[in-house]
Design a binder for this molecule. Structure first.
Ligand code: GLN
Length: 200
């Protein structure tokens, strides 16, 4: 438990259809929140917020097509704080290129999947960030590129000219994997957003 960030006991769902959900659950636990793995639409009820992890967005979409899960998720993200990392950011976007695919359309960004080229499939970079503290380590794995941010979308970190950590209202998206860096600042920001949403 982080002593610097005294969070309320928040219950945060982690979409666990596929991909890197366990590492997110571990960071949430370290920050004093209660993670709950979400594998059915019913498990969205009662959550204070949700993390959609990295993985393969196409595979996640296949599972979401069953039993009204996509529609339940769309209703959830329209209302509650949601943090999408990598594939999760692709799911949150307004439109997706390479190839075009279904998305929730909740966050006003355009993304291009697998945009950093074969030679650059994975990269660990460090960048200045709007978050307090040292430059942020960013682990990119077959990352999407945010090619457009709408009005009202705030960029919190960049890779070159490309936004890689963005926030709009209750929604947060990263094209990298903050759960793999041992730096809790991005998750901590998300938990602050969840707390704020409970106070309003
Ligand atoms: N390339 C994956 C996709 O398009 C995203 C990769 C990731 O989540 N690390 O869904």
């Amino acid at each position: 438990m982080s002593s610097a960030t005294p969070h309320q006991p928040l219950t945060i769902g982690v979409l666990a259809l596929q991909g890197a959900y366990d590492a997110h659950a571990n960071v949430l636990t370290a920050l004093g929140a209660t993670p709950r793995l979400v594998r059915t639409p019913e498990q969205l009820s009662g959550l204070d917020g949700l993390i959609m992890p990295g993985g393969e967005s196409t595979t996640m979409l296949k599972s979401l097509e069953r039993g009204g899960f996509f529609e339940a998720l769309a209703a959830f993200v329209a209302e509650k704080p949601t943090f999408g990392t990598c594939a999760g950011a692709i799911l949150l976007a307004k439109d997706v290129a390479n190839s075009p695919q279904k998305c929730l359309g909740a966050l006003d960004i355009s993304v291009e999947r697998n945009a950093y080229g074969r030679q650059n499939e994975s990269a660990i970079l460090s960048s200045e960030t709007a978050l307090p503290g040292a430059p942020l380590e960013m682990v990119f794995i077959r990352a999407p590129r945010i090619s457009r941010v709408g009005a009202g979308v705030e960029t919190l970190a960049k890779r070159g000219d490309d936004p890689v950590l963005v926030r709009s209202g209750k929604l947060l998206a990263a094209t990298f994997h903050p759960e793999l860096s041992g730096d809790e600042r991005v998750h901590s920001l998300f938990l602050q957003m969840v707390e704020e949403s409970l106070q309003t």
